[in-house]
Design a protein around this ligand. Sequence first.
Ligand code: NAD
Length: 433
Amino acid sequence: MATVAKPAVPPLIPRIAPREDLNPFRIAQIQFDMAAEFLKLDPGLRQILRTPKRVLEVSIPTKMDNGQVKVLTGFRVQHNISRGPGKGGIRFHPNVTLDEVKALAAWMTWKTATVNVPFGGAKGGVICDPKRMSKSELERMTRRYASEILPIIGPSMDIPAPDVYTDAQTMAWIMDTYAMTVGHSAHGVVTGKPVSIGGSAGRSEATARGLLYVVEEACKLKKISLRGASVAIQGFGNAGATAARLFAEKKAKIIALGDTRGAVTNPRGIDPIKAIRYKERSGTVVGMPGASRFSNDELLTMKCDILIPAALENVITLHNAEAVKARIVAEAANGPTTPHADEILARRGITVLPDILANAGGVTVSYFEWAQDLQGFFWQVQEVNSKLEFVMRRAFNDVHESMRKFHVYPRAAAYILAVGRVADATLVRGLFP
Ligand code: NAD
């Protein structure tokens, strides 16, 4: 990415921002508008592509273990399905909002287009606190949520997957609820399932593995050796913990890890396997032997070669972007960097590998899982990983090509590529009726 001459600062972002607008959907629209402007999209087409196709809000009455009923709120948003069925995870978190789910659905549209897999973009969420719920409460809530969104999901309509605080077990409950309701098995209704019920080998580590491939490509261009490179990771769940393990296998040095309770650091390196085991026992990495405690804010601005935000949105903002010292920011999380922070990082020569490219390994292997389910024929993990590697390196090269063509930074380049692909599909299909 270092070869681009005089990249343009992404336009259309208001120059003065006394207070930054952190609404994720408005951020997603700013990012879209920037690409639409480069592509000179017709105003009607812009309107179609910047608005979700369908938004469903549901009430989820759930019986708690103490016998009381709690009515929770959930959403499923389908942003665009021009290139294939809706695809996107389901998030269980107390701070879920409709605008967050709309943003995440839009980012899925651009992500599936960036890696060129035949899906549209969708996302779901339930406002709940899964850490304070028992397994049986979670099961009842998940099944009721699945049943409420059932009219709009299905193997050829919209295919959910795990996201923050949902996992393979959550997908198993959704698949079972769907199958019991429609009266036949339907493995392709969700991805990220346990392998025993039609999940794909390699899916659980696919997001982090895909991230590794694009970071390797960026390191080549920036002439950074991954061996010995220092890596700081915020978020120690599916994406972050697996990234720590895979980067350490490549002999990178994991110098900091963080989760909701705080962060830990050791300049000589943290063993991710020990961190994973410690977190399994204590629920956090904070307090693990051989690493000293510090804060997530310090983690984000520490000196390192590669910073991996792998938790939630809006962690690199106007507030701390000037202080970020990483050479590469690889977005495992969706939406971790605001548009203003993007501008600052770009001006400071920090390469940001944008979420719609960097964390697309998950949806890529979800596509493989769906294809395997539809065929009823399953692949070995080596085949999954080598196909993933091909897709991710190809997507990186496509984005790099777009950077050269439009003289822009990686996020703008990825958006131009993705929005262009979705616009083409929308135009060739035509407007119904
Ligand atoms: P997860 O639930 O497995 O893990 C989330 C992690 O983030 C946990 O370690 C949690 O402690 C930490 N976290 C939450 N809030 C935090 C905070 N305020 N400060 C610091 N840490 C915090 O979720 P995940 O699946 O790993 O998803 C993480 C991010 O990656 C999300 O943005 C998600 O959308 C994105 N993502 C995930 C996948 C996937 O396949 N799982 C794919 C693409 C993108």
